[in-house]
Design a protein around this ligand. Structure first.
Ligand code: UGA
Length: 442
């Protein structure tokens, strides 16, 4: 198999490096010259556990280029991994995806197998085949192979996938899908070869189901606060039912990232387009937006004015363990706090550079290199993601460094009982307001 991977973002780069690490020769293509130049030097362009070391050791099996002719011509298999972002109307923006198809039409010199790893609307596989074959004299087999990796766990997800789902439309496709699955079957995992529509739908249905679980527990959290219940205990109690399970029932300020927000909107749009009412997905989206307001209102209720206060923000990536700030809940929260004329000091172990690019020229935002520097002399701290470093903070850290240890924890990182000596507010749980003194600046 001569594999070319087009688009070296999360999905593409992780696939390229992983397959190369197994001894396959991989050609990686991206339009971004800077990215290609770094990759050629063996520098991973993403923060992902084990990606750098795997890239270093697999470099001899990797070629990187911005030349699509070279990338496409020699390949027997072309994996399309470009992003399919959300368009203004909520639909899926397929511009980048179709640009790749046009390159294939231009450069293909033989029959090829196209493997779609990008998340694409249901029906895309068949449209791709028609599109390519109407404009090229070559024959194209098109396999839908949705990716299920999670940022921060991408390499381990590759090594041990939960499942491999491949969508095909004929018997030849089944044989090709089996060969492709073999590449990833280093450990045992369920393999499902099904129709392309099923495979495309499985990706949307899975992501939206997980997003729905999060919005469900967040909605329950809002009610818990009214009735004096604790959402973490409620989720724990629910999780003993194996039909419910414990995953994706962590209440907080809502989901962000490059997948759930776009895929919930995408599915809602696809449903509308097919005259199916999917109010459950709409509610998932609405509740997720409302979690930010819910969190902010708690802060506004506590402080008559935030003007001139020192606000520490811990965590601006959409979750811990990644440098990705796309659709991070931190973005609207920091914007809102800025509008209240507070001074903000931000710390995130990985995402500060990316966040800084979104908030250029803000004189009231400071970025620091250690969590303690963010806490130093803060009047209040907002915890916005679940980075390991924040999970490990102790009440004494807040008490020692802050002017007053007032904590708004948007990810329920600590047990309320353990936060002695602080004023501690979280999501869907009773607040704890211990007697705390304001002390002089450090
Ligand atoms: C998600 C899916 O989990 C992957 O299976 C999928 O392959 C990927 O999208 C994709 O489509 O490419 P990812 O976006 O990396 O992966 O992030 P998640 O770990 O799912 O977290 C998404 C958001 O939900 C984060 O903001 C996280 O903080 C939040 N979350 C997650 C909660 O608020 N509560 C939870 O219980 C779990």
């Amino acid at each position: 198999m001569e594999i070319t991977i087009i688009g070296l973002g999360y999905v593409g780069l992780v696939n390229a490096v992983y397959l190369a690490s197994l001894g396959h020769e991989i050609f990686g293509y991206d339009i971004d010259k800077n990215k290609i130049s770094l990759l050629r030097q063996g520098v991973a362009t993403l923060e992902e556990p084990n990606l750098q070391s795997l890239l270093t050791e697999s470099l001899p099996n990797l070629r990187f280029s911005t030349n699509h002719k070279d990338a496409i011509r020699h390949a027997s298999h072309i994996f399309i991994c470009v992003d399919t972002p959300q368009d203004k109307d909520g639909s899926v923006d397929m511009k980048n995806f179709y640009a790749v198809l046009d390159n294939i039409i231009e450069d293909s010199i033989s029959d090829q197998c196209i493997v779609i790893r990008s998340t694409v609307p249901v029906g895309t596989n068949k449209i791709v085949k028609q599109y390519l074959e109407s404009k090229s004299s070559n024959h194209f087999d098109v396999i839908s192979f949705p990716e299920f990796l999670s940022q921060g766990k991408a390499i381990s997800n590759m090594i041990q996938p939960d499942r491999l789902i491949l969508g095909v439309n004929d018997q030849k496709g089944v044989a090709l899908a089996k060969e492709i699955a073999q590449l990833y079957l280093i450990k045992k995992a369920p393999v499902m070869i099904t129709s392309s529509e099923n495979a495309e739908m499985i990706k949307y249905a899975s992501n939206c189901f997980l997003a729905m679980k999060i919005s469900y527990i967040n909605n329950i959290a809002q009610l818990c606060e009214k009735v004096g219940a604790d959402v973490d205990k409620v989720a724990k109690g629910m999780s003993y039912d194996p039909r419910i399970g414990e995953s994706f029932l962590k209440a907080g300020i809502g989901y962000g990232g490059s997948c759930f927000p776009k895929d919930t909107n995408g599915l809602y749009w696809i449903a509308n387009d097919n005259s199916v009412s999917m109010e459950i997905v709409k509610s998932t989206i609405d509740i997720n937006k409302s979690q930010v307001e819910f969190f902010l209102n708690k802060i506004y209720r506590r402080f008559k004015s935030l003007a001139g206060l020192n606000v520490a923000v811990l965590g601006v990536a959409f979750k811990g363990g990644t440098e990705d700030v796309r659709n991070s809940q931190a973005i609207p929260i920091v914007k809102a706090i800025l509008e209240k004329n507070a001074n903000i000091t931000i710390y995130d172990p990985l995402a500060m550079d990316n966040f800084q690019k979104l908030f250029t020229r803000h004189t009231r935002i400071k970025y620091v290199d250690y969590p303690y520097d963010a806490l130093k002399n803060a009047d209040v701290v907002l915890i916005l993601n679940d980075s390991e470093e924040f999970v490990n903070l102790k009440p004494l850290d807040f008490i020692t460094y802050m002017r007053k240890p007032v904590i708004f924890d948007g990810r329920n990182l600590y047990k309320v009982e353990s936060m002695e000596g602080t004023e501690y507010h979280s999501i869907g749980r009773p607040s704890r307001v211990d007697k705390v003194k304001t002390r002089k600046s450090l």
